[in-house]
Design a protein around this ligand. Structure first.
Ligand SMILES: NC(=O)c1ccc[n+]([C@@H]2O[C@H](COP(=O)([O-])OP(=O)(O)OC[C@H]3O[C@@H](n4cnc5c(N)ncnc54)[C@H](OP(=O)(O)O)[C@@H]3O)[C@@H](O)[C@H]2O)c1
Length: 265
C-alpha cells in the first residue's frame, strides 16, 4: 500500500510502533518529534527493513514556527499527504494546584494547539491526498476526567471536541477524521511525566502494548470511524458521567483509591 503518512510523536511509544507497522505495510512515513537522534535511529531501522526512504522532521510542536519548515519539506518531497497521525502528547501526573502556569501552558501548547497547528498546516496537503484521513490520538480520559490528571484529561477532552467538529468541517474535503482513545498503554509516557507530588504510578501490568494502539491506527486508516475507544468500560463510564455523574465520580474514586465524600452544605 503506497500511502504517505505523517506521524507526530514518532520518536517513542505509540508513534514509533505506528511508524514500524505502517512502514511494514508499505506506507511512506514522515517521522516528527523533538528528539532527532531517536528519529534518525528509527528511520535507519525502517530503511534496513525495506521501508521506502523515511523522512525525519525535527520539530517542537510547542513552537509552531518549527512546524512550518517540516510542512514545506512534505510539500516539496511528497506534494500531498494521505494520512496524518496526530499522536504527540505530554502528560502530568499532578493535581492542578501543583502545576505552575508554565507547565499548564506547555501541556495545552503540545496536546491541543500542537494538534490544531498540525491539522491546519497539513490541510492543503491532505486535500491533494488519496482517500485522505486524520487519526487524532486522544485518550479515554478525554471522555471522563480522572483525579490526579485533571489538566491532562482536560487537554484530551479538548482534542476530542476538536475532532468531533473537524469530522464535519472536513467531510466536504473528503477527509475522514477518526478519534482514537487509547487506555493505559505501556510506553515511556509515565517516566517522562512530571510528578511533583510523587503520586503513585499506574500499574502497567494490565496495560495495552503500543503495538495494539498502532494496529488500531492502521485499522482506522483502512476503515475510518468517528471514534474508537480501546476499552469499552471507559466508554460506559463516559456515558454514566452524563446520566449519573455522582455515581460515576464515586465508582471512579473507588477504583483509583481516592477518598471521596460528597461536599456537605
Ligand atoms: N501511554 C498511555 O497510557 C496513553 C494512553 C492514552 C493516550 N495516550 C496518548 O498517546 C500519545 C503517545 O503517547 P505515548 O504513550 O506513546 O508516550 P511517549 O512514548 O512519551 O511518546 C510521546 C511522543 O510525543 C512526542 N512529543 C512530546 N512533546 C513534543 C513536542 N513538544 N513536540 C513534538 N513532539 C513531542 C515525543 O517526542 P520527543 O520527546 O522526541 O519530542 C514522543 O515521541 C500521547 O498523545 C498520549 O497522550 C497515551
Amino acid at each position: 500500500m503506497n500511502r504517505r503518512v505523517l506521524i507526530t510523536g514518532a520518536s517513542s511509544g505509540i508513534g514509533a510502533a505506528t511508524a514500524r507497522l505502517l512502514a511494514s505495510r508499505g506506507y511512506s512515513v514522515a517521522l516528527l518529534a523533538r528528539r532527532e537522534d531517536r528519529l534518525q535511529r528509527l528511520a535507519e531501522e525502517l530503511r534496513k527493513a525495506g521501508a521506502p526512504d523515511p523522512m525525519v522532521l525535527a520539530c517542537d510542536l510547542a513552537r509552531p514556527a518549527t512546524l512550518e519548515p517540516c510542512i514545506e519539506r512534505l510539500q516539496r518531497d511528497w506534494g500531498a499527504l494521505d494520512l496524518l497521525v496526530n499522536n504527540a502528547g505530554v502528560g502530568y501526573r499532578a493535581r492542578v494546584e501543583e502545576l505552575e502556569d508554565a507547565k499548564l501552558e506547555h501541556l495545552f501548547r503540545v496536546n491541543v494547539l500542537g494538534s490544531m497547528h498540525a491539522c491546519r498546516l497539513t490541510l492543503p496537503l491532505l486535500r491533494k491526498g488519496d482517500a485522505p484521513g486524520v487519526v487524532l490520538v486522544a485518550s479515554v480520559v478525554g471522555r471522563r476526567g480522572i483525579p490526579g490528571q485533571s489538566a491532562y484529561s482536560a487537554s484530551k477532552a479538548a482534542l476530542v471536541s476538536f475532532g468531533e467538529a473537524l469530522r464535519i468541517e472536513w467531510a466536504r474535503d473528503n477527509i475522514a477524521v477518526s478519534i482514537l482513545e487509547p487506555a493505559l498503554t505501556a510506553t515511556g509516557f509515565f517516566e517522562a511525566q512530571e510528578n511533583p507530588a510523587g503520586l503513585a504510578a499506574p500499574d502497567l501490568s494490565r496495560a495495552s502494548g503500543p503495538e495494539e494502539v498502532a494496529q488500531a491506527v492502521w485499522m482506522l486508516d483502512r476503515h475510518p470511524r468517528p471514534e474508537l475507544s480501546m476499552r469499552w468500560k471507559w466508554r460506559v463510564l463516559g456515558m454514566l458521567s452524563i446520566l449519573a455523574p455522582r455515581l460515576s465520580d464515586r465508582m471512579l474514586a473507588r477504583r483509583l483509591g481516592e477518598r471521596w465524600i460528597a461536599p456537605q452544605r
